[in-house]
Design a protein around this ligand. Structure first.
Ligand SMILES: Cc1cc2nc3c(=O)[nH]c(=O)nc-3n(C[C@H](O)[C@H](O)[C@H](O)COP(=O)(O)OP(=O)(O)OC[C@H]3O[C@@H](n4cnc5c(N)ncnc54)[C@H](O)[C@@H]3O)c2cc1C
Length: 597
């Protein structure tokens, strides 16, 4: 089975030319970071993940995590040791603030590292991913006392965090949750209730688990306005800050899933043994949902990245297989010989579809991460606002397009393998099974489409999307000047923007009058928006690669020519079908409402 090799050169290209790494590290607060250091860190990170974490991917799938009779959870062979090595190497803290022991690097760098980690082993990556979300929440909203108590150990990864939102009757509808939090005279709370689907809710890889739990206080108003967020440590801390008495949180069971089997997805019961688990309020009562929203962009981006990472790993396997497997005779091949399937045009189409989609998606996701860095670090208020606005627009695209492509491209990799792809031993099917959860969690992709149409389009009464489209238009002059090689990119991109503008104008004009019509077209709109954004990224890729070709030596020439080629393939072959979505977007809600099920 082919192992994983981090695509460092492709990543470097996207970091430098699409996400403006140099501009990001020049932002205030990143004085200690330079672009060369970033590339060295990524190289070292890649070695670690390739050598230690990627080889555990298969065993994790086969063994899965197991709940023992006493409620403990044992992760697959090698996971705990690899996680300890991960903690010892300090990988978890690279992008968190130095005052709590982090490295203070941009989010863009964290995202690039996360791409490698997730390609290496998505189930393993869930532990640092959830911890990262919990750290983010504490950094933004916890008291200084709580930050000092929990963050240093969470940032090293010695303790891991979880996010407890979901309950049996409260999935997408988080406001329906009923877990209770009753205030105590000493200022703490007692938490009772059941949470389901909690990733790494119990495991054997860290000394303590810091659960962040959404719950309602007795006087809370109904719905999302009455949700508060609590810190509930698995082990309560002694006076010296070390884990002591066991808190009343029990892993009742773990789910049997189609993928990410090594990631324990737990049903957690709070307060089974007595009057409730001890919890500590984060910030103010009833502000939990607002706090969740502030960290949503980061979390959704990270989940979108899962689609990219799995597609890349599956692509590498598909390319290796296509070079080895011989079937039929490709056009022009010598008679009497079987050709490697990589020579068949349809297989080349599948491989190039994967490559071009991955490059476009990487560009969008890295750009999204850079926008988050600008939103938090730019010196000027207007630049920060522009960064935040771009991140707001791109986040549903990164999350939904990234995870939909994750499913589509890992499926395509199976197709390249033919029947052997359907056989578990080759390993490619695992990526497809692992990828399937990502369109569901962290806000289903349906919810992302509603977010784009319902919250993002109306930003500045359509001004945010208008500026974004104008930014794509602004590339036209450079594309025209680039000559024949980029001519089809220029014309297809112009067609794409025109279609997106038509759909956007229709939604802005009609969505206010009948929101149901806008919601009915939300998913195809998100797809069109995503593919045009991807095409814009690829046009920028083609321009950057063409410019670099002028001074490239023989060794680099093929690389930059390849970048122009994939950009052209994307714009000529993958963008045009998306234009056909305009009639679906504008079809109104009539038939959806009339259908009976
Ligand atoms: C492996 C795994 C790991 C997870 N990890 C965590 C975790 O760590 N912490 C945590 O809190 N949760 C976690 N979850 C839960 C996950 O976030 C939820 O499954 C997800 O939010 C969807 O909720 P649901 O499953 O109840 O689906 P539902 O909300 O029942 O949705 C079912 C379908 O209805 C659609 N739908 C629902 N409401 C609307 C609406 N208003 N408009 C249009 N369509 C709608 C959805 O898009 C979806 O297609 C995990 C789940 C899994 C499977």
């Amino acid at each position: 089975m082919a192992e994983y090799s981090a695509p460092l050169r492709d990543m470097r290209f996207a970091l430098e030319h699409l996400a403006d790494l140099a501009g990001v590290v020049a932002l205030p607060g990143f004085d200690h970071v330079d672009a060369d250091a970033v590339h060295s860190i990524l190289e070292e990170n890649a070695r670690f993940m390739e050598d230690l974490v990627a080889p555990l991917n298969r065993i994790g799938d086969v063994q899965g995590s197991v709940r023992n009779d006493d409620g403990t959870v044992t992760t697959p062979e090698g996971f705990a040791a690899a996680y300890k090595a991960y903690v010892d190497a300090g990988w978890g803290g690279v992008s968190f603030p130095p005052e709590y022991g982090g490295g203070g690097f941009p989010w863009l760098v964290a995202i690039a590292m996360q791409e490698i980690l997730t390609s290496a082993n998505m189930a393993f990556s869930m532990c640092p991913l959830l911890n990262q979300g919990a750290i983010d929440m504490l950094l933004h909203h916890a008291s200084e006392e709580h930050r000092e108590t929990y963050l240093p150990k969470m940032i090293t990864g010695e303790w891991t965090g979880t996010m407890n939102l979901t309950e049996p009757h409260a999935g997408s509808d988080v406001g329906a949750l009923t877990t209770r939090a009753v205030p105590q005279p000493d200022g703490s709370y007692r938490i009772t209730g059941t949470k389901i689907f909690i990733s790494f809710g119990e495991h054997d890889m860290s000394e303590n688990i810091i659960h962040l739990v959404l719950a309602r206080t007795p006087s809370a108003p109904p719905g999302t306005k009455g949700i508060s967020c609590f810190i509930v440590p698995k082990y309560l801390l002694d006076d010296d800050g070390t884990p002591g008495e066991r808190n009343d949180v029990t892993c009742v069971s773990i789910e049997h899933k189609m993928g990410i089997k090594a990631s324990p997805t737990c049903v957690l019961s709070y307060g089974e043994q007595g009057e409730g688990a001890v919890g500590y309020l984060i910030g103010e009562e009833n502000a939990g949902m607002r706090y969740m929203f502030t960290m949503m962009n980061n979390a959704r981006l990270s989940v979108g990245l899962e689609g990219l990472s799995l597609s890349e790993r599956a692509r590498q396997m598909a390319v290796a297989y296509a070079k080895e497997r011989r079937q039929g005779r490709a056009p022009g091949a010598p008679a009497g010989e079987q050709s490697p399937i990589v020579d068949h045009p349809d297989v080349r189409r599948m491989l190039l579809t994967m490559q071009a989609s991955i490059e476009a998606l990487r560009g969008v996701i890295y750009l999204n991460a850079a926008a988050l860095d600008r939103a938090s670090h730019a010196a000027d208020e207007a630049d920060r606002a522009a960064g935040a606005e771009l991140a707001d627009l791109l986040t549903p695209v990164s999350k939904a397009w990234g995870t939909d492509l994750g499913v589509e491209l890992t499926s395509l990799a199976i197709q390249v393998y033919g029947g052997m792809g359907y056989i578990e031993e080759t390993g490619v099917a695992q990526h497809f099974r692992d990828a399937r959860i990502a369109p569901i969690y962290e806000g289903t992709n349906g919810i992302q489409a509603m977010d784009l149409v319902g919250r993002k389009l109306p930003m500045r009464a359509g001004g945010a999307i208008g500026d974004f489209l104008a930014r794509i238009d602004a590339l036209d002059g450079d594309l025209a000047a680039a000559g024949d090689d980029l001519a089809s990119i220029r014309s297809r991109l112009a067609d794409g923007v025109a279609a997106l503008r038509t759909a956007t104008d229709w939604l802005l004009a009609n969505g206010m009058a009948n929101p149901l019509d806008a919601l009915a077209g939300a998913t195809p709109y998100l797809r069109l928006f995503s593919v045009v954004t991807g095409a814009w990224t690829m046009a920028r890729q083609a321009l950057a690669a063409s410019a670099a070709l002028a001074d490239a030596g023989p060794a680099d020439k093929a690389f930059y020519e390849g970048k122009v080629l994939t950009a052209r393939f994307f714009c000529e072959q993958l963008l045009p079908p998306a234009l056909g979505l305009v009639p679906s977007i504008t079809a109104t809600n009539r038939d959806l409402a009339a259908a009976s099920f």
